[in-house]
Design a binder for this molecule. Structure first.
Ligand code: SDX
Length: 429
């Protein structure tokens, strides 16, 4: 039905107001409340549970059906048939690349993954035991001090160059953050490797011994990157959009996204899952742990999601990948994996979780896979950040290219003090 609307009626006799309903291609319609400001009131929606902050064509999620599409393609099909750089092309450009476009895109990304040698000196300003996410926030933000030739956000070529630089260099920065933390000399990208193979090479090669990349582990990591590439208007993507709406340069915006992702409720959850599994220790200790969850003394990390009220489709793919990697490594009896499987089974049968529609999310299994690959826990969220960089830059580009873009500036419900006069110090009690 065309020209649908929602009517706001007052119970104090004021004239009612009509607001147009805007249909999406998929998913819920939205009520366009942009004219609501003229009522002299604001809407109130802390945490944005019922608020769409923008229009986007990049990613679609259906939380009830557990669906996730990148530019219309189901995540299950992309995880099975595509690779991370092809997914990067898709998210940035809106279509799958032809063979020629893919070759050119891959070549361009893999030729921009070196860091300016002076950037390496930034790392040395950190304590060796700095969390790699602290290093990534700092170094990615500092890239704007180097790349003055791609900071004009209104120039499409500058936007494209920044996107390539970020997708190419963030893995190098993440790997160097790990190596600096370990006291290893910096490493360099190596030609002829895939994106995931090259990341593992930069992480684990040493001057005295080249790192032999396992194709199975590299494929598993590539799939993890694909699963984490984008996810609609999550907290860190919304952070990038809000930062970008002020006209800040893309490097500063991505640094803001990394900072937001760090939180344990968001991208820091995979690190928190591994710590939780270590804390639980054994299947026998699960019932007591679950009592603590129900008493709200702690959360079941890797469970629950603002949007998915069904299984996160990425969690199912991640569980399968977990199984493949552990079998490949002869670790199918890995105690952490067995504990995670037991925890998942118990939670999925427990009314507390069923009533609250709490299911495993993408972070529940990713940490186990990364651990099996040999990635230390402190590097889990940096890997999430490097995977999500393409999602962040795709949303940033979509927003900046929109001629109707406005600076984001929410209002509030003020419940503080009424107006009052200053009291001199000597008169205060
Ligand atoms: C990511 O947004 C995205 O798309 C994020 C992400 C992405 O790709 O960008 O998908 C990545 O961040 C995944 C989520 C990773 N986080 C965790 O695994 C941390 C644990 N999960 C929770 O912190 C929580 O589930 C959130 C933050 C993910 C969602 O929180 P909501 O939507 O604000 O839900 P809520 O806090 O209002 O919870 C509703 C109820 C509450 O109980 P009651 O007050 O109704 O009694 O569910 C409970 C909560 O206490 N609850 C949990 C729980 N999550 C919610 N109880 C125990 N364990 C949990 N994990």
């Amino acid at each position: 039905m065309e020209n649908r609307k929602v009517t706001l009626t007052y119970n104090d006799g004021k004239d009612s107001l009509d607001f147009p309903v805007l249909p999406g291609t998929l998913g819920p319609d939205v009520v366009d409340i942009r004219s609501f400001a003229k009522t002299g009131m604001f809407t109130f929606d802390p945490g944005f549970l019922a608020t769409s902050a923008c229009e986007s064509k990049i990613t679609f999620i259906d939380g009830d059906l557990g669906q996730l599409y990148y530019r219309g393609y189901p995540i299950e099909q992309l995880a099975e048939n595509s690779d991370y750089l092809e997914v990067c092309y898709l998210l940035l450009n809106g279509e799958l690349p032809t063979a020629e476009q893919k070759a050119k895109f891959d070549y361009t990304v893999m030729r921009h993954n070196m860091l300016h040698d002076q950037i390496l000196s930034f790392f040395k300003g950190f304590r060796r035991d700095a969390h790699p996410m602290a290093v990534m926030v700092g170094v990615v933000g500092a890239l704007s001090a180097f790349y003055h030739d791609s900071l004009d956000i209104n120039d499409p070529h500058h936007r494209e160059v920044s996107a390539f630089r970020l997708i190419a260099k963030v893995p190098t920065i993440a790997a160097q953050a790990y190596r600096y933390n370990k006291g290893l000399p910096f490493s360099y990208p190596k030609k002829g490797l895939t994106y995931a193979e090259n990341f593992l090479h930069m992480m684990f090669s040493t001057p005295v011994e080249d790192y032999k990349v396992s194709p199975v582990l590299a494929r598993a990591l590539d799939r993890i990157l694909t699963l984490h590439a984008d996810h609609e208007q999550n907290a860190s993507t919304s952070t990038v959009r809000l930062a970008g709406s002020s006209g800040a340069n893309p490097f500063a915006c991505i640094a803001a996204g990394i900072a937001c992702l760090w939180g344990p409720s968001h991208g820091g959850a995979n690190e928190a899952v591994l710590k939780m599994l270590d804390e639980i220790g054994s299947v026998e200790a699960v019932p007591a742990f679950m009592e603590g969850v129900k008493a709200k003394t702690h959360k079941l990390m890797g469970f629950g999601h603002r949007v998915y009220k069904n299984m996160d489709p990425r969690a199912a793919i991640m569980r399968e990948t977990c199984h493949e990697v552990l079998t490949e490594l002869g670790l199918e009896n890995d105690p952490k994996f067995k504990l995670a499987m037991a925890l998942e089974k118990i939670a999925l049968e427990d009314q507390y979780f069923i009533e609250r529609k709490l299911y495993p999310n993408v972070d529940f299994y990713s940490g186990i896979v990364l651990s099996a690959i040999g990635i230390p826990v402190s590097m889990f969220t940096p890997i999430f950040a490097l995977a999500r960089t393409v999602g962040w830059i795709s949303h940033w580009t979509e927003m900046i290219a929109d001629p109707g873009m406005k600076i984001g500036r929410p209002r509030q419900l003020y419940t503080g003090a009424q107006r009052r006069d200053y009291i001199a110090l000597e008169k205060r009690k």
